[in-house]
Ligand binder design. Sequence first.
Ligand SMILES: Cc1ncc(COP(=O)(O)O)c(C=O)c1O
Length: 462
Amino acid sequence: MQVLNPVKSVGIAFATYVVQSTSHKTVLPIISCNRKYSKMSKLRGADRLKGTEKNVWVEFGKLAVDYKALNLGQGFPDFKPPQHVIDKMVHAVDGSDNALLSQYTRSYGHPRLVNVLAKLYSPLMGRTLDPMNNITISIGAYGVLFCAIQGLINPGDEVVIVEPYFDCYEPMVKVAGAIPKYVPLRPIKKEGVLSSDDWKLDPVELESKFSAKTKAIMINNPNNPVGKVFRKEELEMIANLCKKYDCICISDEVYEWMIYDDNKHLKIASLPGMWERTITMGSAGKTFSATGWKLGWGVGPDHLIKPMQVLHQNCIYTCPTPIQEAVAEGLEYELSIQDKKEECYLTSLALELKPKRDALAKSLTEIGMIPTIPDGGYFMMADISNLNIDIPDDGTKDPYDFKFVRWLCKEKRLSVIPPSAFYNQEHKNLGEKFVRFCFIKKDETLAKADEIFKEWKASQGK
Ligand SMILES: Cc1ncc(COP(=O)(O)O)c(C=O)c1O
């Protein structure tokens, strides 16, 4: 299918695009920027979306494609999911006699999937989970975040967000009519290669963001983009504030299985007094290297899960059955081999990623960047301030990292992500001297990136 040129404008604020497939032509209306009418007309978007138009994935995903750049930007692997999960998906769609696998399934999650998730998470949460009432499924962790924020947060509530944050937290909270209160992780080490553990929350600054109006705190553990795996005492500090101010903890743990070296991932929901106030998010896309499958889950007590299910049943209803069936079967298999660290995908992926992490850190150090070595996740922050690149003015007022990343893509054909997108307006300066690299890529891809750096370095010597 191909999008052809826009054809003549029809109606008031719509233009028409012709989308041509091999067999037929379809005429689709799309919103145009017809200035004459857009200000006054009611044919425009809802006011609550104002200020949320920019999206880092949309801009930098397109730029990478336009410049045919090597993509170490957005967080997805350039290799396939485990073969047994693919086989299960094919079987669910075409190999099974069960015709119902292609029809709607239970709104809040396919029974086979919620059952295996309850088995997987019960020991990690330190309690026996009820698959029907403690788990809810949605379209990726994005969908679960949306259900949590729309289902649990009221207009006027305050939500504490730890920076750098996954970029959608801010617009989701604002669209719900709530007020975000930001608190940054700050690198405490000023020189040399950093560890993600060197990025800390200041306890006084953190507590200063809480008040009687605080409804929730959003954390991401392991953190994207820093790779920080929160230590027990750090989680306890957050937990104590949640209890003191009686608020919910929204804990996004989509990178829970990608933990390196001797680090341990601890679920904040498992700490004393936290189960009843925590929603924990996971993602099949991240767990099985299948980000395009877009399936996620929220785990929590029934009084928090129920409102999320109510939201989900009315705006999405249910997620694709074959994907849920395949992920369920895939997890059942992984659970059956969980004691075989090198075979079970839940543990073997991190073993596979660790040398990739180390290779990337070496390449970045050689070109003069200062990496933060992540304890978890599959991203690496790198300080670019020592590079002293004189970036030509690109006509925007964007932070330095945005300009640097555009320049890198156009001049060096390498696509990465500007981390100031993960900070609110007032704190963008904290992110703009870094760029974010994704290292869940084939070894050949990382070797190509290394070649780009080597050529770049050689050209600097000329
Ligand atoms: C921290 C974090 N949360 C949530 C998501 C979204 O996950 P999903 O693809 O399952 O919607 C991502 C995706 O990159 C992420 O990095």
